[in-house]
Design a protein around this ligand. Structure first.
Ligand code: DP6
Length: 464
C-alpha cells in the first residue's frame, strides 16, 4: 500500500543536545526538550512497499538521498518491516517545502513524515505514541513533530538517579553526570500531588491540508496542562484551572488526527502512567530526573496552536550546509566540561518553559529560551573538538533582538539551533515590526516567517 504524510519542522525552546547509549545500544537523548511545531516548514513523504523492488529506493527533493540520509531512512524502514512482518523493500520520495539546511531542521519534519507514511503503508498503528520510537530512529527531534502546537519530549531512562548515572554518556562517568550535579536534590524536590484530571485530547480541528483522514471526534478531556505536568516543586506552581480558551481549542481543534487519523485521542500520552509518578526535576510526572522513567521516550502535547500562536522569524545568515551535523555533534556533548552545568540548569528551566506555555507568557518563555540556546552553544563551543556554528551576523542578530527589547520595542526572543541562523520568536501582531528591524542587520540574507503549526497528518497527495 502507498501512503503519504505531511509533517512540520519544529523549533526547540529547550534544546535536545547530547546522547548516551542505553543498555540495548540505542542512542538516547540526554535531556528532555520542549518545542513548537512549525507551519510551512514542512516535508511531504510518500512510501510504498513493493515486493518487486530489489532494494529500498529513496529520493529527497528529486535526487537520490545521500548515503548518510539513506542509511537513516533504511533504519526506519527496517524497523517498520520488523514490526509489520513484511520483507518487501520500499520506494520513498520526500520533498521539503523549505530549502534543506536553510537553518530549519528538515530532518525533524522529514523523519516524522517518514515514520507516519511508512507505518501507514505497512498497515501499522498510526497513533502518535506508537510512532515516537520510529521517528526517533531517524532523528530525535522528529518525534516532537508528530504533534502540533507545543510539545514536550522526555527521553527514555530514569534520569540522573537511574540509567543516566548508571550509563553516563562519558563511559567513565568522569564528567560528573551524577545526582549531585544534575539533580537539585531531595530537599528541593518534594512529591507533588498527582493530578486527577484527564491529560486530554489532541488537536482535532484546523486545516493542516488535504487529508484522507476522517475528522476524529472532539476529545473531552483536559489539555494535559495539569499539575503533574507543570509542577516543579512545592510553592512554585499551584495547581490551576486550564487556561481560558482551552476547551474551545479542544473542540475546534487543530487538525484532523494529525498523526494518522486513527480513531481515538491521538495527541496526548497519559503521562502519569507513561512516566510512573511525580518528577519535580523536570516539572513533569515521572521518577526524579530527566528521563521518562520507562524504556521508551514519551512525547506530550503541552498546548495546541489554537491555544497560543507565535511566530518564528528565521533570520537566515547562511545557507551553507553545516559542517558538523547534529547527529555527530550530539556525540561530542559529553566532552564539554559545561555539560553537567547545563543539565543541572534544566531542572528549573523545563518547568519554567512548561509554565510559560501554559500561561502564554512570552517574557517567561523568552528568558528561558535564550538562556537555553546560549547554554547549548556554550557546550558546543567547549566540546572537543569545539563546535562553533555562529557567524558574525549571528551575534549581530542576537544584539539586535536585545536592542529591540531594551528600547521598549516589541517583545521578541532568540534561539539558535545547530547552525548560524537565528530564530526570533514573537507574537503574530508584532511580527511585522520585528521583521523590519531584523532586516536592517548586516549579513541577514532573508527572513522566513513561520507560525505555530499542526502535527503530522496523512494526505492522499502522493508524490508518485
Ligand atoms: C540543536 O534531532 O537533528 O536542533 O537525533 O541526531 O537526528 P539526531 O539530532 P537532531 O538534533 C536536534 C538538535 C537541535 C536541538 C533540538 O531541536 O532540540
Amino acid at each position: 500500500m502507498k501512503a503519504t504524510a505531511n509533517a512540520g519542522s519544529n523549533i526547540a525552546f529547550v534544546k535536545y543536545w547530547g546522547v548516551r547509549e542505553d543498555r540495548e545500544g540505542r542512542r538516547q537523548a540526554l535531556n528532555p526538550s520542549v518545542s513548537m511545531t512549525l507551519q510551512k516548514a514542512r516535508t511531504t513523504t510518500t512510501v510504498e512497499f513493493d515486493a518487486s523492488l530489489r532494494a529500498d529506493e529513496c529520493r529527497i527533493n528529486g535526487r537520490p538521498a545521500s548515503p548518510e540520509a539513506r542509511e537513516r531512512v533504511v533504519r526506519v524502514l527496517d524497523r517498520v518491516r520488523e514490526l509489520a512482518s513484511i520483507r518487501a523493500f520500499a520506494r520513498v520520495a520526500s520533498v521539503n517545502h523549505l530549502p534543506t539546511s536553510a537553518g530549519v531542521a528538515s530532518s525533524a519534519s522529514g523523519f516524522c513524515a517518514l515514520a507516519l507514511a511508512a507505518a501507514r503503508a505497512a498497515g501499522l498503528s498510526c497513533e502518535p505514541e506508537d510512532l515516537v520510537p520510529l521517528a526517533i530512529l531517524g532523528s530525535g527531534s522528529a518525534c516532537r513533530s508528530l504533534y502540533g502546537g507545543f510539545v514536550l519530549w522526555r527521553p527514555a531512562g530514569k534520569g540522573p538517579g537511574g540509567s543516566m548515572v548508571e550509563q553516563p554518556p562519558v563511559a567513565q562517568g568522569d564528567h560528573g553526570l551524577d545526582e549531585t550535579l544534575v539533580y537539585p536534590g531531595p530537599s528541593t524536590l518534594e512529591q507533588p500531588p498527582v493530578a486527577q484530571g484527564d491529560h486530554g485530547p489532541h488537536e482535532t480541528g484546523g486545516d493542516p491540508g488535504p487529508s484522507t483522514l476522517e475528522q476524529p471526534g472532539a476529545a473531552q478531556g483536559d489539555h494535559g496542562l495539569d499539575e503533574t505536568l507543570v509542577y516543579p516543586g512545592p510553592g512554585v506552581l499551584e495547581p490551576r484551572p486550564a487556561a481560558p480558551g482551552g476547551s474551545k481549542a479542544r473542540a475546534t481543534g487543530d487538525g484532523p488526527n494529525q498523526a494518522g487519523g486513527v480513531p481515538g485521542p491521538p495527541g496526548f500520552r497519559r503521562s502519569r502512567t507513561a512516566c510512573g509518578g511525580p518528577n519535580l526535576a523536570c516539572g513533569v510526572s515521572g521518577p526524579p530526573g530527566f528521563g521518562a522513567g520507562s524504556g521508551e521516550s514519551t512525547v506530550e502535547q503541552l498546548a495546541t496552536r489554537e491555544d497560543w500562536r507565535l511566530v518564528d522569524l528565521v533570520a537566515i545568515v547562511s545557507r551553507e550546509e553545516k559542517a558538523v551535523s547534529s547527529a555527530r555533534g550530539h556525540l561530542l556533548a559529553h566532552t564539554s566540561p559545561l555539560l553537567p552545568g547545563r543539565l543541572t540548569s534544566l531542572a528549573s528551566r523545563i518547568p519554567q518553559v512548561v509554565q510559560a506555555i501554559r500561561d502564554r507568557d512570552l517574557a517567561l518563555l523568552g528568558e528561558a529560551m535564550e538562556a537555553d540556546a546560549l547554554s547549548m552553544h556554550a557546550v558546543m563551543m567547549t566540546s572537543e573538538p569545539p563546535l562553533i556554528y555562529w557567524e558574525p551576523a549571528t551575534i549581530a542578530v542576537i544584539r539586535k533582538v536585545m536592542e529591540i527589547r531594551a528600547g521598549g520595542g516589541p517583545a521578541c526572543y532568540f534561539t539558535i539551533d545547530a547552525g548560524p541562523n537565528v530564530h526570533v520568536i514573537t507574537a503574530p501582531r508584532e511580527a511585522g515590526a520585528v521583521r523590519d528591524r531584523l532586516g536592517d542587520v548586516p549579513g541577514v540574507r532573508e527572513i522566513l516567517s513561520l507560525e505555530t503549526g499542526p502535527g503530522a497528518f496523512l494526505t492522499d497527495e502522493h508524490l508518485f
